[in-house]
Design a protein around this ligand. Structure first.
Ligand SMILES: Nc1ncnc2c1ncn2[C@@H]1O[C@H](COP(=O)(O)OP(=O)(O)OP(=O)(O)O)[C@@H](O)[C@H]1O
Length: 588
């Protein structure tokens, strides 16, 4: 029997594939989730395990095709897929464009014309054209980009909203039919694995080889493990060094900050190929010393989510983010919980540093005095000289630690390290009451941004809802494409004490519970009723039910503490000694 491996590039396709797996009897189907390099690694492994055919989609399928010698079947984008996504995007009030190869854009153009949709279609012939095409569209005021996984990733990197074209059942059944044909044609064709490849895969260094067109032609196992999350060819720094090596024909070396550490990258030219060696440089002693990744986080990837909102208040915030990104001064961002302070910080960091320098978050609500002193030592200032430190919830720092930090900042005033801080809105009051150090505030608030609560800019809700639906679409499958107007009105009438974070969570819940293509009013009402219930003070006498699993008991404890703290996540997280992201993860 034919043994086929389906490598799906996004989560939503996994569920649909599993459904189809139940119905197919003549093929032994295995399904794995893996996008781009991750997909390639899975495919290479599969080749060694007797698979006859690999089925994948879009850019992942093309990359797998380059890396393996068994037939690779591409799940083609069907007219139904395009129609489904165009229906979803209809809800956006912003300029939208569809970008992709002609197999996507030709059909899309016809559908847009038939349905009288104002969506531009742009055809590309190479993946490498995506970034430039998107940059041009951005200059022309386009904000929403519809396309394949690669296009959507690039769109996000440019700060645009990317909407993925997901595959439907019809397209998969077509691909299975093609797999059957290929199997008969190629029957049990398998390639020997070269001994050299095995040696390279066992190597400690990550190694990649690019051809003279500067496309990746080989990557060893270590490379795939370390860099599966990024498309290396689209990194301008790496592209530059590949280009220089090809041009000068000389060895090149650079250091880049990726995946929590600095990498020393060496390139050399052999025949017409450029070989790249990645060595871990500067191991992260600071992390090891302090141990607690909860209070101190070193990031390599930060959220690429564009800051959405059409109201005057948000436009003002966006303008400030833009202006302050050009400066090196410290920025203090204030606002209620879940309002987008961290997102603003990420945007400034990305604009200023383009991910090339370190980005470190200090959760001031849980960091200890000892950790703070150990971390911010001389070596830290030297090693992360050009980095950015985000002091999250700085207003929660104890008075003695405020003094300590203030001193550290004064001593290192001349250093180039950049500081971004976030706090609740009441910092002026705290200073008046002597609860926050004025000197520290002055040092950290050279520039200020205040993000208004969601209830004071309700007209942003519609935009945010559509952004979140399009975000959950690839994650959970392609069923929900919009929200009914009356359901949206219900959301607009709620006060959102947990702001955008809470709205996002509610949309996720509605997305998962939705019974049709559109989120309905009664579904929204049910979720909001539940929320209003939770806002009421908790009954301290309700005992915790100990009959469940540890995970369930933990969840109950967290919910109870949250209720006791009036659903204030920062306070609850502080009481539990965990950071807010951990709190959300545990509640999921
Ligand atoms: N304007 C916006 N557009 C799109 N997404 C947003 C916007 N504002 C917030 N979000 C999303 O809402 C969530 C919460 O935002 P974020 O973590 O930045 O809030 P915060 O103010 O830092 O919260 P806290 O201080 O309570 O940790 C994130 O997933 C973020 O991406």
């Amino acid at each position: 029997m034919m043994k086929a491996l389906v490598i799906v590039p996004y989560e939503g396709l996994l569920e649909l594939m599993k459904e189809i797996q139940q119905e197919v009897e003549d093929i032994q189907l295995h399904i794995e989730l893996g996008n781009l390099y991750e997909g390639v690694a899975i495919a290479k492994d599969a080749e060694q395990h007797g698979y006859h055919v690999i089925i994948s989609r879009g850019g992942t399928a093309s990359m797998i095709q380059e890396a393996v010698s068994i037939p690779v079947i591409d799940i083609q984008v069907s007219g139904y897929d395009v129609l489904r996504i165009l229906t979803l995007v209809k809800g956006f009030s912003r300029k939208a464009a569809i970008v992709g190869f002609s197999n996507i854009t030709q059909g899309a153009a016809t559908i847009c014309e038939l349905l009288d949709l104002d969506i531009k279609t742009l055809t590309i012939t190479k993946d490498s054209e995506v970034t430039e095409t998107l940059a041009n569209l951005k200059n022309l005021g386009y904000e929403v980009i519809i396309g394949d996984v690669v296009t959507v990733q690039s769109a996000k990197q440019l700060g645009l909203t990317g909407v993925l074209i997901t595959s439907g059942k019809e397209a998969i059944l077509d691909a299975l039919e093609e797999a059957r044909r290929s199997y008969h044609l190629f029957s049990r064709l398998q390639q020997d694995v070269s001994i050299f490849q095995a040696i390279l895969d066992g190597n400690e260094q990550a190694i990649a080889v690019f051809n003279k067109e500067e496309a990746l032609v080989y990557a060893n196992e270590r490379f795939n493990q370390e860099f599966q999350w990024m498309k290396i060819e689209s990194s301008p720094d790496l592209k530059k060094i590949i280009h220089e090596t090809a041009l000068t024909r000389e060895k090149q070396t650079i250091t880049l900050h990726m995946n929590h550490v600095f990498w020393k990258i060496t390139t050399c030219l052999k025949e017409d190929s450029i070989i790249m060696y990645f060595d871990k440089n500067l191991p992260d002693q600071v992390m090891a010393q302090n141990g607690d990744a909860n209070a101190i986080e070193f990031h390599t990837s930060v959220s690429f989510t564009p800051f959405s909102g059409k109201t005057e208040q948000i436009q003002k915030v966006l303008k400030q983010i833009d202006q302050y990104s050009k400066s090196e001064a410290s920025v203090w961002i204030s606002g209620e919980e879940g309002i987008g302070k961290e997102l603003a910080v990420h945007t400034i960091y990305l604009n200023r540093k383009k991910m090339k320098e370190a980005f470190i978050t200090l959760h001031c609500d849980i960091v200890s005095e000892e950790q703070l002193k150990n971390l911010l030592n001389e070596a830290f200032f030297e090693r992360y000289a050009n980095g950015v430190v985000y002091l999250k919830n700085i207003d929660q720092l104890s008075p003695s630690m405020q003094k300590e930090l203030s001193q550290i900042l004064t001593q290192n005033e001349a250093k180039k390290l950049q500081w971004l801080a976030s706090s609740e809105d009441n910092i002026e009051e705290k200073m008046k009451g002597g609860l926050f150090d004025r000197v520290l505030y002055a040092a950290l608030a050279e520039l200020k941004i205040q993000i208004p609560p969601l209830r004071e800019r309700r007209s942003d809700i519609e935009d945010l809802v559509h952004v979140f639906i399009s975000e959950f679409h690839p994650k959970y499958g392609n069923k929900v494409v919009g929200i009914r107007q009356d359901a949206l009105e219900e959301l607009k009438n709620y006060d959102w004490p947990g702001n955008v974070q809470q709205l996002k969570q509610v949309i996720e819940q509605l997305f998962l519970e939705a019974s049709s293509y559109y989120i309905e009013k009664n579904e929204v009402e049910a979720v909001l009723k539940q929320l209003k219930q939770q806002e009421k003070p908790a009954d301290p006498l309700t005992p915790i039910d100990l009959s469940g699993t540890l995970e369930e008991i933990e969840k109950q404890v967290i919910v109870k503490v949250l209720e006791e703290e009036g659903m204030n996540q920062s306070k609850a997280a502080k009481r539990l000694g965990i950071n807010r992201s951990t709190l959300w993860r545990k509640l999921k």
